[in-house]
Design a protein around this ligand. Structure first.
Ligand SMILES: *[C@@H]1O[C@H](CO)[C@@H](O)[C@H](O)[C@H]1NC(C)=O
Ligand SMILES: *[C@@H]1O[C@H](CO)[C@@H](O)[C@H](O)[C@H]1NC(C)=O
Ligand SMILES: *[C@@H]1O[C@H](CO)[C@@H](O)[C@H](O)[C@H]1NC(C)=O
Ligand SMILES: *[C@@H]1O[C@H](CO)[C@@H](O)[C@H](O)[C@H]1NC(C)=O
Ligand SMILES: *[C@@H]1O[C@H](CO)[C@@H](O)[C@H](O)[C@H]1NC(C)=O
Ligand SMILES: *[C@@H]1O[C@H](CO)[C@@H](O)[C@H](O)[C@H]1NC(C)=O
Length: 710
């Protein structure tokens, strides 16, 4: 008996070398996205300060292991290049370089006399939403000689059944189909629709596929059996293990091998593997009268079977790579106009943000897909698993505006449709579409997490922003009365916001929050523009004057007594916070806040300098507070020294000083590259020492694209 957990714990202790020995471009992030496309296809390499691709198992975003192993046999020697399979014999390939772009993570390892390049490509396809919706990801492997001689090379990879459940004691079954494509399909024997265990889905199937080219072989079976077969023979047995059993019972794995034959000094054409996870239905959605609708992922509208989708996907690799390279280059070029630090942050954020969504379609009464009814769902990964949380869609919003505003509309639609049914009892906007992904079943009891001003303002701002970017005014027209209802609420409660939560709910409730009032007032101003767009000139001018009058009064409440900065809460001149909601005023062009506010010293000078007095004060209070305090950015507000990376970047997008902008951007870059964590990028972190405060793999890093949309 052996325990993989122990082995992995051992690898975690021994593997990571401080100061990685390979070249990293642009840097080694805490965790490397490997196959990140949906809330349930989310495989990462927990890299920390320097864990190579073959120092640890890939993990789900939660940190639970996803068995994914890779060998390469060179002449008669086998090397491990992916994962930490525990079969005696193989040597360990040496990682030479690592690079990430917006869509790809590329590793090169030397395996004795050959170099192997593994490209993990998770496509980002905003111009074709069917392509974007495909829950598959590529692994492409190419090999070349590094000693001038030719070598005989075979490549192997497998996945385990850990890809289908969060409970490894459950029984899985599997099949392998052969044809032009070899496909292993794995699922639970007793699936449970719409349910999760430890954030893993408990139904649907995992897929592992490769082209059935000459020299391709396959096998399913116990991990050590299948892997030993490759090590001994350089090929698999084309046999299936039909003893269906628990995921952890002699760990069944699903492997492929390719014989590359004689390899010289030019790189071989890549052998391509596809991993994926498909469920149908994908989302349970509330309709009128507390009805339920099953929604399917959009790709089904183009493909009638999973095998046709996989076949098209795998055969399209070369084109998909070309599209990905073009997308990466565009993002890099746009972001590099700010700085190279900024381009790095953006590249690390793209897959993480888009990996939280699923694009879906309904069926009509005859069972045909209704392509007029496409909506997108987002999982509030790691913080609470809610569906389409408004104040998570909001910070993420820049990536949708940048890539394709239609995705933004599709994220808002369920919220509008649900509240238009009248089932949600509160007069403000709902917090989310359901407590537990993928059940978008609303909150008919009105007991969702109350963020009254926050969510009402967010909905108004996003609705107008979508219309402005897309030219599509349909949300504004169709849901005008809901938008007005939320505006009425903001007129009551945003100038003097009651004691309530903002999106930064971990900081607790607070009355009279300056930044929350900004959101509410911009929301009213947004409704003025919306009214103008739909031709309701009376309301447009009424709301415009209300917003203007609120800004006047707000300045009296919100400025510090010395008029140098905005307070965190009215009347407390020693408090302050990142007033990131001002960006919405700039984004929408509502321009209700005067230039004098954007010109405050707070936004003009290096913020840590004006914070010095306060820091000295805190230093005196708390000895642990090191002299490196704030070396990772500006705290969210005066209650704590932690911050949010998304709000750092939102703030960077609104300040008028380039040096403050660059300070904020570079602080986030420094945090993302500091090697102190090994989890997918956490947006909530400590500015004093760059450690993670909480949260991981959340879509709000889509907000890191804020500088690309204003
Ligand atoms: C979508 O993917 C298909 C292959 O499935 C490809 O042929 C097509 O070019 C892609 N569409 C776009 C717009 O990228
Ligand atoms: C595997 O389990 C599924 C339920 O997920 C069942 O529908 C299927 O028939 C089983 N397949 C085999 C080969 O036993
Ligand atoms: C298709 O969806 C649209 C948008 O939700 C809806 O208005 C229409 O009635 C639906 N069509 C059918 C046939 O169900
Ligand atoms: C909020 O601010 C207003 C205006 O300054 C003030 O009248 C009110 O007392 C404050 N409320 C709280 C709870 O501090
Ligand atoms: C402006 O809107 C407010 C809030 O709905 C309302 O109370 C007021 O009567 C309106 N004023 C005019 C002139 O319509
Ligand atoms: C004012 O803000 C500071 C910094 O957040 C805080 O320590 C203090 O308790 C606040 N004062 C009041 C009266 O709320």
């Amino acid at each position: 008996m052996y325990s993989r957990t122990l082995l992995v714990a051992g690898a975690a202790l021994l593997g990571p070398v401080l100061g990685a020995s390979w070249t990293a471009t642009p840097f080694n992030p805490a965790s490397v996205p490997l196959a990140v496309r949906t809330p349930y296809l989310s495989a990462w390499l927990a890299q920390g300060a320097g864990t190579a691709l073959n120092d640890a198992w890939p993990t789900f975003w939660t940190g639970s292991i996803l068995g994914w192993a890779g060998y390469v046999k060179v002449d008669s020697t086998t090397y491990t290049w992916l994962g930490v399979p525990n079969v005696a014999g193989p040597s360990k390939a040496t990682q030479k370089s690592f690079q990430f772009t917006s869509t790809q993570s590329i590793f090169t390892l030397s395996a004795g006399p050959v170099d192997l390049t593994a490209t993990f490509l998770s496509p980002v396809e905003p111009s074709d939403l069917v392509n974007q919706s495909l829950p598959f990801s590529y692994l492409a492997v190419s090999v070349k000689s590094n000693d001038g001689n030719s070598h005989n090379v075979q490549v192997y990879t497998d996945i385990s059944a850990e890809w289908v459940t969060g409970d490894n004691s459950l029984v899985a079954n599997w099949t392998t189909t052969t044809g032009n494509v070899l496909t292993h399909q794995v699922q639970l024997s007793s699936p449970s629709v719409y349910s999760e265990v430890s954030d893993h889905t408990q139904y649907g199937s995992a897929y592992h596929a490769t082209l059935n080219t000459v020299g391709a072989t396959w096998q399913s079976g116990q991990d050590i059996v299948v892997r030993q077969q490759f090590i001994s023979n350089g090929a698999l047995a084309n046999t299936a293990d039909t003893n269906f059993r628990a995921v952890s019972n002699n760990w069944p794995v699903f492997g492929f091998a390719h014989n590359l034959g004689t390899v010289g000094t030019s790189a071989t054409a890549p052998v391509v593997f596809v991993v994926g996870h498909v469920r149908d239905p994908a989302i349970q959605y509330i309709t009128a009268n507390n009805g339920r609708q099953d929604r399917s992922v959009l790709f089904w509208t183009r493909f009638s079977t999973v095998s046709s989708a996989i076949s098209t996907f795998i055969n399209d690799y070369a084109n998909a790579l070309a599209r990905a390279n073009a997308f990466d280059a565009k993002v890099k070029s746009d972001a590099s106009k700010i700085s190279s630090d900024y381009a790095d942050i953006v590249a690390l954020s793209v897959r993480q943000a888009l990996g939280a969504i699923e694009i879906t379609v309904s069926k009509d009464s005859t069972g045909k897909f209704n392509t007029s009814d496409i909506t997108t769902f987002l999982k509030e990964i790691s913080s609470d698993g809610n569906v389409n949380t408004v104040d998570v869609v909001f910070p993420s919003w820049p990536i949708f505006l940048y890539t394709n505003p239609a995705i933004g509309k599709q994220l808002l639609l369920p919220l509008f449709e649900y509240q238009a049914t009248g089932q949600y009892p509160n007069k403000w906007a709902v917090h989310d579409m359901g407590s537990s992904y993928p059940k978008a079943v609303g909150h008919n009891d009105g007991q969702d997490e109350a963020m009254q001003v926050e969510e009402s303002g967010n909905m108004l701002i996003m609705a107008l922003s979508h219309a402005q970017k897309s030219g599509d005014n349909s949300l504004l027209k169709t849901y005008y009365s809901l938008l007005d209802q939320w505006t009425q609420y903001l007129i009551q409660d945003s100038l003097i916001p009651a004691e309530q939560l903002s999106t930064d709910d971990f900081a607790g409730k607070l009355a009279n929050q300056t930044n929350l009032a900004i959101k509410g007032i911009v929301g009213i101003a947004a409704m003025s523009k919306i009214a103008g767009i739909v031709g309701d000139t009376a309301r447009a001018s009424n709301y415009s004057s209300i917003a203007a009058s609120y800004v006047q009064q707000w300045q009296g409440f919100a400025l510090s007594s010395d008029k140098t900065h905005l307070t965190l809460a009215y009347g407390n001149s020693s408090s302050w916070g990142l007033a990131y909601n001002l960006l919405a005023d700039k984004l929408l062009g509502t321009n209700v806040f005067p230039k004098s506010i954007f010109d405050l010293r707070q936004f003009q000078f290096s913020v840590p300098l004006i914070r010095k007095a306060d820091i000295a004060h805190r230093l005196a209070e708390t000895q642990w507070y090191s002299s490196h305090a704030l070396s990772y950015g500006v705290p969210l507000d005066t209650r704590h020294t932690y911050t949010k990376s998304d709000w750092e970047i939102w703030t960077a997008a609104l300040v008028t000083s380039t040096s403050v902008r660059d300070l904020l951007v570079s602080s986030v870059r420094k945090y993302a590259a500091d090697g102190k964590s090994s989890q997918p990028l956490g947006d909530w972190y400590e500015t004093a020492d760059g450690s993670v405060e909480g949260f991981r793999a959340r879509p709000v890093v889509g907000g890191h694209l804020a500088l690309l949309i204003v």
